[in-house]
Design a protein around this ligand. Sequence first.
Ligand code: 13P
Ligand code: SF4
Length: 307
Amino acid sequence: MNLSNKIQDLKNEKNAVILAHYYQEESIQDIADYIGDSLELAIRAQETSANVIVFAGVYFMAETAKILNPNKKVLIPDLNAGCSLADSCPAKDFKKLIQAHPDHKVVTYINCSAEIKAMSDYVCTSSNAIEVINSLPKNEKIIFAPDKNLGTYLIKETRREMLLWDGTCVVHEAFCYDKILDLMVEYPYAQIIAHPESETEILKIAHFVGSTSKLLKYVKEDKHEVFIIGTEAGILHQMQKEVPHKKLIPAPIQEDNSCACSECAFMKVNTLEKLYWCLKNEAPQIHLDKSTAQKALKPLEKMLNYV
Ligand code: 13P
Ligand code: SF4
């Protein structure tokens, strides 16, 4: 029996569901029950009747599933699946910022730890960040963390002043503006589409900005034939399945980028083999401090009102 069949059998035996993010390796995407962006996967996690959730994504995503399902087993193929944005915002430093600005509401991007969520008034994803910010009264003072690129984009889109945390995503800040312009000369009818974690200069030239699911939808529905994709290359797997006749070009990256690719090394530590063993052994499992999880649940529940 191959690994995929063995995973299928274990899944049935244990009443498990496999949730996978678009940046997971192709074999994981192909075996998942649901693939989605952070918001869609949080919704799937909240709605599932499965006893076990296998979260094929990064740690903060699995942690979110656990916060939404404190009584379920939430597994992740590799506990080292971190996130540079989540790592950029240590709880003790963020606490000092909040204490220094007691009159500010705290809005955090879902790419952060449970401790940071527990200090937040609202959590948002790249899919509903504009709606969440716009729901706050116009004169409300706002701290936004941890992604300064998404924050800068939100300031422009919502015309709100916000105090930004200085975090970035290692993958989305690696795109090379000049090389994208070169591609535009080569493919004058191409559409540039980008995730809002990308740098401001890239977002300024993008024809469309959105979460991973919104980028996928745009490629499907837009009439153009060539797209330059400014997000992690894993999304191209589903995109190319949906639009086999269209040309999809991953946005080129700067040469001095240390990982030399637009792949998220954190996402890619999960493999099909690790997924098999995690389901078989029911480990590694996400465990959270009860009080932190309870506090983090409130802003996450608010986030789920904006879908
Ligand atoms: P999405 O919610 O758009 O899928 O983004 C998650 C992420 O980590 C992007 O780098
Ligand atoms: Fe984090 Fe960037 Fe990887 Fe997304 S792509 S999980 S933001 S490091």
